[in-house]
Design a protein around this ligand. Structure first.
Ligand SMILES: Cc1cc2nc3c(=O)[nH]c(=O)nc-3n(C[C@H](O)[C@H](O)[C@H](O)COP(=O)(O)O)c2cc1C
Length: 193
């Protein structure tokens, strides 16, 4: 392995989903902007630049949780007894990090382009996570009910046709997570007709 590949592989291994974040320690908005600029270097077919980024900080994080809580309560199957804990969690969960980056993908009239846009946005999210790791930040890519919530999308000012790819927790770590051992990916070489 070359030195530069080893450096990159080490960065990729050190990226962990880490919610051990100090919610009180702010992240410089300029740094967040730099991370998003790196994320937007991801490949995207036909240069559609299909990503939409929203940086949610301060009291707005409560608004994000309220949007999710509203969505949960509006579900016709919502049971106030068994489902209220989910609402309680929704109201506080985004306060666990000083910065939430909500990322959505644009829908196209062409269904294949819509799929490709989403793939491109997922690549941008991974690039964002790697950039955050390189900057010493902890991060976690979350989805769950928020990713399909019209209320959350409305709060973020996304178009109704956009699809939310992730809500990314970002902040300074209070503890690092060790890299984990991962199964070797199967590699099948096809080198004959
Ligand atoms: C599309 C996607 C959605 C995810 N959604 C959640 C989530 O809602 N909550 C959560 O705790 N982790 C979520 N994760 C993080 C994964 O659980 C995590 O990557 C996995 O456990 C492996 O851990 P690692 O990232 O530290 O390697 C998501 C990851 C991806 C790629």
């Amino acid at each position: 392995m070359t030195d530069s590949l080893r450096t990159f592989a080490d960065l990729a291994r050190r990226r962990r989903s880490n919610l051990r974040i100090d919610p009180e320690r702010s992240v410089d908005p300029e740094l967040v902007g730099q991370l998003i600029a790196v994320a937007a270097t991801a490949p995207n077919h036909y240069r559609t630049h299909p990503w939409r980024f929203r940086v949610v900080t301060g009291d707005a994080r409560e608004g994000l949780g309220t949007a999710l809580a509203t969505e949960l309560r509006a579900d016709p199957d919502f049971d106030p007894v068994t489902d209220e804990p989910k609402v309680t969690k929704a109201l506080s969960k985004y306060l666990r990090a000083p910065v939430m980056v909500v990322v959505a993908s644009r829908t196209s009239a062409d269904p294949i382009a819509t799929l490709e846009n989403r793939d491109a946005v997922a690549a941008a999210v991974q690039t964002l996570l790697l950039a955050a790791t390189a900057a010493g930040l902890a991060s976690l890519w979350s989805t769950g009910a928020a990713a399909t919530s019209a209320e959350v999308a409305r709060f973020c000012g996304f178009d109704p046709s956009d699809s939310t790819v992730g809500l990314i927790y970002l902040g300074w770590p209070t503890a690092e997570l060790e890299p984990v051992d991962r199964p070797e990916p199967e590699i099948i070489h096809i080198d004959r007709a």
